[in-house]
Design a protein around this ligand. Structure first.
Ligand code: ATR
Length: 284
C-alpha cells in the first residue's frame, strides 16, 4: 500500500524499452513486505541534469542508472565509491539525507555470475572482452581485480578499445592487456590459448535477434566459457553458435539479478535471495 512513508526507487535511462529492473525490484519489495516502490523514468538527455537535481528535491531513496548515463552521472554526484571511480561508471545512486552517493554493482554481479553459475576460477586465466563501453569497463575491472592473467579487448572501433586498454594498463600493471578489431583470421589460433570470452555489446539483443554474431564462430572452440551479457533473448545468436560447438555458455540474466541484489541491498539494507527468478522474470 503506497502512503506518505513510501520510499521511492527508480531507474533512469534513455530509452528503457527492454529493462526488467522494475519487475525485479518490485518483486523483492513485495517479497520482503517493504514500504518502497520502484519506477521507470525515461529521461531525455536534455532533461538529465534537472532529473538528478529532482532526486534530491523530492527525496528519492535511490536510483539505478543505465544507458546512456552511467558515465555522465558521475559529475552530478556528491561522492562515488573507489570501485566506481576505477571503473569510470556508476549504475546505482543512494540518497543519504540529500547527498548522492554513486556505486557500481555490475562488477560484483559479473563476478558472482562467473563463479556461481559458470563455476569459473578466474585466477591465472585469459579472457577476451568484446566491446569497449560501460559494461566492458565493469567487466575488465572485475577481472583485473580477481586475478585474471591476460585480457584481449576487441572492439568495432579499435581506437576506443585502445583508450580503455591504456587506462587499464596504468592501473593493473600485473595483467597482460592488448586490443584489436573484431575481424582477424589470426584469432582462430590466438583464441585457442584463451579460456573465457565475454560479449558486452548489444549485438543479438531484441528486437534485432536475427543478426550475425559479433565475432565469427570460426574463432571459437569447445573449451571456452562464452558469456553474452544480453538477457533478452536468453539465447542470442552468439550463444547458439557456441552451444553448437559444445562450448559452455552463460547469458546475462544472472548478472542482471546479482547486480540488482547488490543495488537493493544498498538502498534497503536487505540482501534478497534470487530463488526462482532466473527462469521466471520474463513471466512476472
Ligand atoms: P554499454 O554501456 O552497454 O557498454 P555503450 O557504451 O554504448 O553501451 O557500448 C556499446 C559497445 O558495443 C561499444 O563497444 C560498441 O562499439 P563501438 O565502440 O565501435 O561503438 C559496441 N557495439 C554496439 N553495436 C555494435 C555492433 N553492431 N557491432 C559491433 N559492436 C557494437
Amino acid at each position: 500500500m503506497i502512503d506518505i512513508n513510501t520510499k521511492v526507487l527508480g531507474l533512469m535511462g534513455y530509452p528503457l524499452a527492454h529493462s526488467l529492473s522494475p519487475r525485479l525490484h518490485n518483486y523483492y519489495i513485495k517479497e520482503h513486505d517493504l514500504n518502497y516502490v520502484y519506477l521507470p523514468f525515461e529521461v531525455k538527455p536534455e532533461n538529465f541534469s534537472d532529473a538528478v537535481v529532482g532526486l534530491k528535491a523530492i527525496n528519492f531513496r535511490g536510483v539505478n542508472i543505465t544507458i546512456p548515463y552511467k558515465e555522465k552521472i558521475i559529475d552530478h554526484l556528491d561522492s562515488i565509491s573507489e570501485q566506481a571511480q576505477h571503473i569510470g561508471a556508476v549504475n546505482t545512486v543512494v540518497n543519504e539525507d540529500g547527498c548522492l552517493y554513486g556505486y557500481n554493482t555490475d562488477a560484483p554481479g559479473f563476478i558472482r555470475m562467473l563463479k556461481e553459475d559458470g563455476g569459473f576460477d578466474i585466477e591465472g586465466k585469459k579472457a577476451v572482452i568484446i566491446g569497449a563501453g560501460g559494461a566492458s569497463k565493469a567487466v575488465g575491472f572485475a577481472l583485473c581485480k580477481n586475478g585474471i592473467k591476460e585480457i584481449l579487448l576487441l572492439n568495432r572501433t579499435p581506437a576506443r578499445a585502445n583508450e580503455l586498454v591504456e587506462l587499464w594498463q596504468e592501473i593493473y600493471s600485473d595483467v597482460i592487456i592488448s586490443y584489436g578489431g573484431l575481424r582477424d583470421d589470426s584469432y582462430r589460433e590466438i583464441f585457442k590459448k584463451f579460456h573465457l570470452i565475454i560479449d558486452t555489446t548489444p549485438v543479438g539483443m531484441a528486437p534485432e535477434t536475427d543478426v550475425k554474431p559479433v565475432i565469427s564462430p570460426q574463432y571459437l572452440h569447445s573449451d571456452l566459457l562464452i558469456v553474452d551479457l544480453v538477457y533478452n533473448p536468453l539465447e542470442t545468436v552468439l550463444i547458439r553458435e557456441a552451444k553448437k560447438l559444445g562450448a559452455r555458455t552463460l547469458n546475462g540474466m544472472s548478472m542482471l539479478l546479482y547486480q540488482g541484489i547488490e543495488s537493493f541491498s544498498l538502498w534497503t539494507g536487505i540482501k534478497p535471495e534470487d530463488t526462482g527468478l532466473k527462469n521466471g522474470l520474463f513471466d512476472r
